[in-house]
Every structure is written in structure tokens, then in C-alpha cells.
Write a protein that binds this ligand. Structure first.
Ligand SMILES: NC(=O)c1ccc[n+]([C@@H]2O[C@H](COP(=O)([O-])OP(=O)(O)OC[C@H]3O[C@@H](n4cnc5c(N)ncnc54)[C@H](OP(=O)(O)O)[C@@H]3O)[C@@H](O)[C@H]2O)c1
Length: 327
């Protein structure tokens, strides 16, 4: 019999990646786990009870909490829903994309915590685990609102832990490093950005969702009953060094000058296509598709590398031919 038998749990963002691994881990120990997210098809595929809810919609997340707590006391909530629509150098950040990212990561965590804490306090106590990011503690240049919004999550964890201990509600968080999920598909597979990540990790491998799920299971369960207000890095030790170098991806998108923080030169021809920071100001739809844009950038980078490989191959063949012709 698992140690979470007779309890219920809610995992937001539980339809995929880290959230799904957390849901499976809690279920394996006997919890009745409800997963939530915005896409029903994804949630259905998990085979677990689910609630369709956007974590930025207060009524929807409040209903999801109540649904999760229907058949057994709610003892654990893992809040994994998160992401970003904000990227690029600070001087060109799109304010709407910034706000949307704060809304998802900071406000979404607050709303889930607010309703989970009410319910868990009524049920005799429980544990809330927020999935933050290493980007909250180590600067990730050109990641826009993502790091600052996750830093807000870290502070909320400490604030809520301080307020809610008396109600028997523990609040902790996890800062994952690079974990192989859809969110970072492409980046975690190969290339100079992955190489840089690995060079920054004392335990030099990418994380798997299960690495995070083990920590979440510990923080959600009775084994950690005297721990609250902690945000644990689960990142192969990456936080001991520096944030990753995404120059190879962002330079083709924004240009080297913009990445150096250099002021823009006045445009001689106002009709000419916009570039660098100006292109970024063109609005979220144009450039700030967040991580989707990152993926696009990475693919372009791979194509460039392939093209360079092709050029090098042609050069090699050319010089061999020349050598063959030399007297
Ligand atoms: N993978 C990494 O390397 C990494 C590193 C550090 C931190 N993290 C954090 O880990 C968490 C999970 O990310 P992941 O890597 O597992 O990526 P993922 O598979 O894309 O998971 C994100 C989940 O959140 C859900 N979601 C997004 N917006 C939502 C909203 N407004 N309301 C409800 N659900 C929402 C998504 O489902 P729907 O789109 O269907 O709603 C999705 O299932 C995120 O908070 C992320 O910031 C990931």
C-alpha cells in the first residue's frame, strides 16, 4: 500500500512533461490524482481523472481544486503549468508578452495556491509544490519575463509558507534545470546550446521529467513534513555555475549589436525591413512566439550548421581536386 493511499492530489500542467511525470509518481504511491490543463485531448490521454482549466482563470482553477478534492482529502498540489511568450533583449521587450508571461507563471501560481490552500486547510493540511525554474535564480539572458516571473513564484513560495504553516499547509518549490520535454524540444537534443548547458552542469546530462517527479513526490508527501519555504534546484548542479548561453540562437534573430545592448542606429530608409530590436517591437505575434520562436531559431541554426557543413565539404573536395591536379 502506497503512503499516499486515501488522499487526493491535483497536478496542474499534468497533461504533459514534468506535470505528467509528477502525476504518475503520486498515483504510483496511491494518491487519487486529478490532472488539469487547457487541452482536453492531452489530459484524456493520461488515463487519469482530469479537469480542463486555465490556471489564469480563477473560477476554472477553483473548480478544478474542488473536483480533485471530491473523493478524498486534498493533501498535495503540484503546480507545473507554466511557460513563456516573452523573449529578446530588454530594450525591445514587448510589454503585452511580458504581462502574459507574468499572468501565466506568477498569477497562475497564486490563483492555484490560493484555492488549494483554502481547501487543504479545511481538509486538515497538505503540501503545495510549485515548479519554478533555474531561470529564477541564474540569469538567462534574452529570456524576457520568464526568469523574473519565476522569481516571483519563488518569493510567493516563501511568503505563503510563512503565512500557511499554522493551517498545516506546507509550501515548497523546485527549480528544474534543462529537462527533456516538449517545451525545450530541439534545444535538449543537440547543438551548441545543449553543449553549453552540459558544460555548466557538474552532473553533465539533461534532466528527465522523472528527476523532477521524485523531488516533487518527496516535497508533497509526509517524508518532508518539517520542510516548508524551500525552493530546491534539481538541475545537475547547474545553479552552481552560470546561466546558459543562447547567443547561437538569438544572434540570428536580433543581431549581435542588440545582444550587446548597443543603442540602435537611426534608420536611413524607413521603408526598409525592420531588424533587431525594432523587429522585436513589431509585437508578440511577429517575433515573440516565446519558446516556439526559440524552436524556430534553433531549427534555423541547425540548417545554418548543415549548410556550413556542406560548404566545408565542398571546400574539402575542391582542395583535394586541386591537390590532384598539382604537378
Ligand atoms: N523543461 C524544462 O527544461 C523546464 C525547465 C525549468 C522549468 N520548467 C517548468 O516546468 C513546468 C512544466 O514544463 P514542461 O517542461 O513539462 O513543459 P510542457 O510539457 O509544455 O508542460 C506545460 C504544461 O502546462 C500546461 N499549461 C500551459 N499553460 C497553461 C494554462 N494557462 N493553464 C493550465 N495549464 C497550462 C500545458 O498544457 P496546455 O497547453 O494543454 O494547457 C502543458 O501540459 C513549466 O512551469 C516550466 O516553466 C521546465
Amino acid at each position: 500500500m502506497g503512503s499516499l493511499e486515501g488522499t487526493s492530489a491535483l497536478v496542474t500542467g499534468g497533461g504533459s512533461g514534468i506535470g505528467l511525470a509528477c502525476a504518475r509518481r503520486l498515483a504510483a504511491d496511491g494518491a487519487r490524482v486529478t490532472v488539469c490543463g487547457r487541452t482536453e485531448a492531452k489530459l484524456k490521454r493520461t488515463g487519469l481523472p482530469y479537469a480542463v482549466a486555465d490556471v489564469t482563470d480563477e473560477d476554472a482553477i477553483a473548480a478544478a481544486v474542488e473536483q480533485a478534492a471530491r473523493d478524498a482529502p486534498l493533501r498535495a498540489v503540484v503546480h507545473s503549468a507554466g511557460g513563456s511568450t516573452s523573449i529578446g533583449p530588454i530594450q525591445g521587450l514587448d510589454a503585452d508578452a511580458w504581462r502574459r508571461t507574468f499572468e501565466l507563471n506568477a498569477t497562475g501560481t497564486m490563483l492555484t495556491l490560493k484555492h488549494a490552500a483554502r481547501r487543504m486547510a479545511r481538509d486538515g493540511g497538505g503540501a503545495f509544490v510549485a515548479i519554478s525554474s533555474i531561470a529564477s535564480s541564474n540569469t538567462h539572458r534574452w529570456f524576457g519575463a520568464y526568469g523574473p516571473s519565476k522569481a516571483a513564484v519563488d518569493h510567493l513560495v516563501r511568503l505563503a509558507a510563512d503565512e500557511l504553516g499554522g493551517a498545516g499547509v506546507r509550501v515548497n518549490g523546485i527549480r528544474p534545470g534543462l529537462v527533456r520535454t516538449e517545451l525545450v524540444a530541439g534545444i535538449a537534443d543537440a547543438g551548441p546550446i545543449l553543449d553549453d548547458y552540459l558544460a555548466c552542469m557538474p552532473i553533465s546530462r539533461t534532466g528527465e521529467p522523472e528527476d523532477i517527479a521524485e523531488a516533487a513526490r518527496f516535497l508533497a508527501g509526509p517524508e518532508s513534513s518539517w520542510i516548508t519555504g524551500q525552493v530546491i534546484n534539481v538541475d545537475g548542479g547547474h545553479h552552481l555555475r552560470r546561466g546558459p548561453d543562447y547567443r547561437a540562437m538569438f544572434e540570428p534573430m536580433f543581431g549581435p549589436e542588440a545582444l550587446r545592448g548597443a543603442p540602435e542606429a537611426p534608420r536611413e530608409d524607413p521603408e526598409a525591413p525592420r531588424g533587431g530590436l525594432e523587429a522585436q517591437r513589431g509585437g508578440p505575434e511577429e517575433l515573440c512566439g516565446g519558446l516556439e520562436a526559440l524552436h524556430g531559431g534553433l531549427e534555423a541554426l541547425h540548417e545554418d550548421t548543415e549548410a556550413q557543413r556542406g560548404d566545408a565539404e565542398a571546400l574539402r573536395r575542391g582542395s583535394e581536386a586541386l591537390r590532384g591536379e598539382a604537378p
